[in-house]
Design a protein around this ligand. Structure first.
Ligand code: XIL
Length: 361
């Protein structure tokens, strides 16, 4: 007997921050009816229906700069809530956004994203508490003693984690702390506190929320290399000394053809430590203008990352760094590269979307 139809409620109007962020007209909710049974029509099912069958959460980052407003609002929100069951604020929780002055916190933008997720049955990841490369200028340019910097780190982590207690699935507690050779990057946190700033952030986060997942997140740690070796050693040290850590985030910003051949082995070794291993920022950039053969190769890369993740129960969440080529950090960050996501700039599915559906089926 095929199972009955499942109605996926698409609350495209439930974005509570819309009025504050540019006058979205709050389009009405719509109901999309889709068959919840594996059939030949699976290729028409959204990712958020297919992924849970494989015990996977599938998500996208969403940024303040593209806040569901204007003529794109309906398509943007509609695609987002139809396809994904997990969101990551792309920038709104970073130190420089959420804590713009020493005694000023700006929670409203991230609050609206978290509320949107909850209203649409999606989970949310917190990104990120301590990112050495994105620190508010009052902190980065200040002159602090070690004790002062420790206090400022404690205050920040405690305040932000407490604000979202019970609302997030997990936090990227520390982001991009390491250089490619595995050493700790210089930053205001490292220069004032020393390497202990990393574990301090994890301990503070756990003290403020006893159950939220606590992740170390970075790029170029997807495969086995000097940098991921350093993360591995850090985690072992944390576990030996009782520093709380739940998982590792593999950002996964790849060039087409650049998925490391050791990604499965790398996930396996972190999973063997009892950690969760989540894909947190996947995108696959291609040289512009993109060609059909590059987009086919990109589709293969997306399929490889999804199928690699699915091999490991520890890899229970996979987030892409956006979903439409209309809005992506890639073109401005990597000039000459782009088209890194799974929907094109007109919200049409690309070959990568179909490849992911094939893997999930
Ligand atoms: C990027 C955002 O996408 C951009 O909008 C912002 O200008 C810079 O940061 N690794 C991370 C993310 O952990 O926070 C970065 O996000 C992309 C690389």
């Amino acid at each position: 007997m095929p199972r009955p139809w499942v109605a996926l409620w698409v609350a495209v109007g439930a974005f509570t921050g819309a009025a504050a962020c540019g006058g979205d007209s709050n389009p009405p909710a719509r109901v999309v009816t889709i068959p919840d049974t594996p059939t030949a029509t699976d290729s028409t099912l959204p990712l958020r229906v297919l992924a849970p069958r494989r015990n996977l959460l599938v998500g996208s980052a969403i940024d303040a700069g593209f806040r569901f407003t204007g003529s794109d609002g309906v398509e943007f929100k509609g695609t987002m809530v139809t396809q994904f069951n997990l969101l990551t604020p792309e920038n709104d929780l970073k130190h420089d956004h959420v804590h713009p002055q020493q005694n000023v916190y700006n929670f409203a933008p991230a609050d609206s994203i978290v509320a949107f997720a909850a209203a649409n049955g999606m989970k949310a990841r917190g990104h990120t508490l301590i990112a050495p490369t994105q620190v508010a200028s009052w902190m980065a340019n200040g002159s602090w003693t070690q004790a002062q910097a420790q206090q400022l780190l404690d205050d920040h982590v405690t305040t932000v984690v407490s604000h979202y207690r019970g609302q997030l699935m997990e936090w990227d507690v520390v982001n991009e702390a390491l250089a490619d050779d595995g050493s700790i990057k210089p930053s205001i946190w490292y220069n004032t506190i020393g390497r202990g700033y990393i574990e301090r952030a994890f301990r503070d986060a756990r003290a403020a929320d006893s159950t939220v997942g606590l992740f170390y997140n970075d790029y170029n740690i997807e495969g086995v290399n000097a940098k991921s070796d350093s993360v591995y050693a850090m985690v072992q040290d944390f576990q030996a000394r009782g520093v709380p850590i739940t998982g590792i985030g593999l950002q996964s910003h790849f060039q087409v053809g650049g998925v490391p051949s050791t990604m499965a082995a790398n996930i396996a070794r972190f999973a063997a430590l009892g950690l969760q291993v989540h894909i947190t920022e996947l995108d696959v950039r291609v040289p512009l203008p993109s060609t059909s053969s590059e987009l086919a190769a990109q589709a293969q890369d997306y399929a490889t990352v999804f199928s690699t993740c699915l091999q490991y129960p520890a890899c229970s969440a996979l987030v892409m760094w956006g979903f439409t080529d209309k809005v992506s950090w890639v073109p401005s960050t990597f000039p000459g590269w782009g088209d890194a996501l799974i929907f094109d700039a007109n919200y049409q599915p690309k070959p990568a979307f179909g490849a992911i559906v094939n893997v999930l089926k």
